[in-house]
Write a protein of this length. Structure first.
Length: 509
């Protein structure tokens, strides 16, 4: 039997490997929100000004979002296991520095380092998952678990951040990463076995690295800047113009170089492109709602940080249920769009329910149904979206394909936070200007104006989620996953330089 016809035996330790990959993913997702809760305490202790406090979040987002494609390519070149362990080690060290930070510069540097190592770790984790699980049924289960963690971990971070900040101190929101990283790194070192023949040993595309990194940093920072300086400011517009020029130049370079950082075959595939686009849009809506419900519960309803975290737990349970019990069970029976489009549509309905919130709304009657439906819908859609985004790629491209998943999520999160927050703030200001102080006084008017702003922005999130559902329905046309097939290295690339590479089995739709 020829090499291209053989199907590799599954790794007997693949389910143990999933445990450690999931622990690492949970750490990265937790870190995206756990520090938010601790920020006021850290700002006070280290004397960080109001103008500079945003950099605790922005430094991480810029490094993470800007270096994702580079991190994915390094994982393809070094090997995913090595990149995974290196990313975990660096993330743990950066977290320790952040926990011991004695001044603003030390804290901001640690956050940037966390983002940089996270950009190496995140695509390595997803690509390890994609190359380890090649049987369609097992792949569905594995991606169901991974998707549940990827989507629900942020809410858990709010709860954990509140507990650590209230009962210990803000430094423990950094120290909490270390045990996750140590366990995952040791487990990966002894358990994970990377499939043979999956590395991309081509020379590194330096122009591509520079253009993509600067372009993504400009894009993410542009949205972050818009939130503070406004959409019409010269700095915001300049960043967006720079992002467009840099990313267009990146696409032109990638179409011409012999060994591109991001082979265009990865993103021009109709189904993968549809998965990246719809997932990014869905994240915009979800992050926006996440932000406003956090503000609403704490500022308007007066919830503590811990109580707010517990309030989000039903959404996490819904996400886990949607991902593992609906998405994972049906992904091998239905086309991906038959799960993604309804999932995003259910999320839109959930957001529609949340537009009904008022100053004194009941949690069980108004908020809880919306959060549960949001979790179910997004969980159902996430699992096939993440699987589809990495399905059918050659193992040598698995790192950059995985990086594109993370990039769509990171950019979507930045857009969601900045765009919807700006919309909410504008609606709040307009409401205040149009209404006089009533019987309840200025405090009541302020609460009403905030809720008006939140609901106005959530209406936008409803529309964005509906567009994500429409894109998934119309653009994605992959059928039900079939049997495991073997792809030649030349199926995905005609470059010639790769034609001698040994073929390895991948799952194709």
């Amino acid at each position: 039997m020829s090499a291209t016809a053989r199907t590799a035996l599954p790794d007997p330790r693949r389910w143990k490997a999933l445990v450690f990959i999931s622990i690492a993913q949970l750490m990265v997702v937790l870190d995206a929100t756990i520090v938010n809760i601790a920020l006021p305490s850290a700002q006070h202790d280290l004397g960080i000004s109001d103008a500079n406090r945003q950099w605790v979040i922005t430094a991480y987002a810029l490094a993470f979002g800007g270096l994702l494609l580079f991190g994915g390519r390094i994982a393809d070149k070094w090997g995913r296991k090595r990149a995974f362990v290196t990313g975990l080690t660096g993330f743990a060290l950066a977290s320790a520095i952040g926990g011991f930070a004695g001044n603003e510069a030390m804290l901001l540097s640690s956050r940037a380092a966390q983002g940089a190592f996270g950009a190496l770790l995140a695509p390595a984790a997803l690509s390890l998952l994609a190359t380890t699980f090649t049987d369609v049924k097992e792949r569905a289960k594995a991606f169901g678990i991974f998707g549940a963690i990827a989507g629900g971990g942020g809410a858990v971070g709010l709860l954990l951040g509140g507990v650590l900040t209230e009962y210990l101190n803000w430094r423990w929101t950094f120290f909490a990463n270390i045990p996750f990283a140590v366990v995952a790194a040791l487990g990966a070192y002894f358990v994970i076995r990377e499939p043979e023949g999956g590395r991309n040993r081509s020379p590194l595309d330096i122009p591509g690295v520079v253009l993509s990194t600067l372009g993504l940093v400009s894009l993410v920072y542009g949205f972050t800047r818009a939130e503070t300086a406004g959409w019409s400011s010269v700095s915001t517009i300049g960043l967006f113009v720079a992002a467009v020029v840099l990313l267009v130049s990146f696409a032109v370079v990638e179409s011409k170089v012999r060994t591109p950082l991001l082979p265009l075959r990865v993103v021009t595939d109709r189904n993968r492109g549809g998965a990246y686009l719809s997932l990014g849009l869905a994240i915009i809506g979800m992050f926006g709602v996440f932000l406003f419900m956090t503000y609403y519960l704490q500022v308007v309803q007066g919830y503590s940080a811990i109580k707010t975290g517990f309030a989000f737990l039903p959404m996490v349970l819904g996400f886990v249920t949607g991902s593992t019990q609906i998405g994972a069970r049906l992904v091998n029976r239905l086309p991906a769009r038959a799960l993604m489009a309804p999932g995003f549509a259910v999320a839109a309905v959930a957001m529609l329910l949340l537009t009904r919130i008022g100053v004194g709304s009941s949690y069980p009657g108004v908020i809880l149904p919306g959060l549960v439906l949001l979790g179910l819908g997004m969980g159902t859609a996430f699992m096939p979206a993440m699987s589809l985004a990495t399905t059918g790629v050659q193992p040598r491209d698995a790192g950059v394909a995985s990086a594109m998943v993370n990039t769509s999520q990171q950019v979507g999160g930045a857009i969601g936070t900045a765009l919807l927050n700006t919309i909410a703030a504008s609606a709040t200001t307009t409401y205040l200007a149009a209404h006089a102080v009533g019987a309840g006084g200025a405090k009541a008017l302020q609460a009403q104006s905030l809720v008006h702003g939140y609901t106005h922005a959530i209406w936008w999130a409803v529309g964005i989620e509906a567009v994500a559902a429409l894109i998934a329905l119309t653009l994605i046309n992959a059928g039900r996953p079939g049997i495991t097939k073997v792809a030649s290295s030349e199926d995905d690339s005609r470059s010639g330089s790769e034609s001698a590479q040994e073929s390895v089995p991948v799952v194709l739709h």
